[in-house]
Design a protein around this ligand. Structure first.
Ligand code: FES
Length: 169
């Protein structure tokens, strides 16, 4: 700052009433950005909508024992119960516990090659529920526990004929 600028600033400050300077100082204290906000990465998307747009669509076909076939799409990260619900797929009684791992009505049978591509591990809790499902096979999983990945694009799953709601056994 030059000497003339400093003189000008001093002259201005002398003419401002002390109460105004105090008010300005307290305003500056209050208006400091919070440490939480100032640590945010401005490049990070704030909306989950933007994140969902970046995910790819994955095509899934549900085949029922009466010959019906429903080919629909879900986003990467959706589980197969989400896909059924979001697309209003007409599967009677499917997903009765809404994904809380307590009914086994979302039992699905996969082809071996698709079964091997599933990234979500089968937990002991899922195995316990699967034991109660009708038509259990070596490639059975609960739809609410299997999330879509790009590798599963074109997936075809069989919806077994009977459903067992473990909560009523
Ligand atoms: S919806 Fe009930 S266990 Fe999957």
């Amino acid at each position: 700052m030059s000497l003339s600028s400093m003189r000008l600033a001093t002259a201005v400050l002398r003419n401002i009433p002390r109460t105004s300077i105090n008010a300005l100082q307290s305003y500056n204290t209050v208006s400091k950005p919070s440490p939480v906000l100032s640590s945010c990465n401005p490049k990070r998307p704030l909306s989950s909508l933007q994140v969902n747009r970046a995910k790819e669509w994955v095509e899934v076909t549900f085949e029922t024992s009466d010959g019906a076939s429903y080919t629909v799409q879900g986003k990467e990260g959706d589980n197969l119960l989400d896909v059924v619900v979001n697309n209003n797929v007409d599967l009677d009684g499917f997903g009765a516990c809404e994904g809380t791992l307590s009914c086994s009505t979302c039992h699905l049978i996969f082809k071996k090659e698709d079964f091997d591509k599933i990234e979500d591990p089968c937990t002991d809790e899922e195995l316990d529920m699967l034991d109660l499902a009708y038509g259990l096979s070596d490639t059975s999983r609960l739809g609410c526990q299997v999330c879509l990945t790009k590798a599963l694009h074109g997936l075809k799953v069989i919806v077994p004929e009977g459903t067992a709601d473990a909560r009523q056994i």
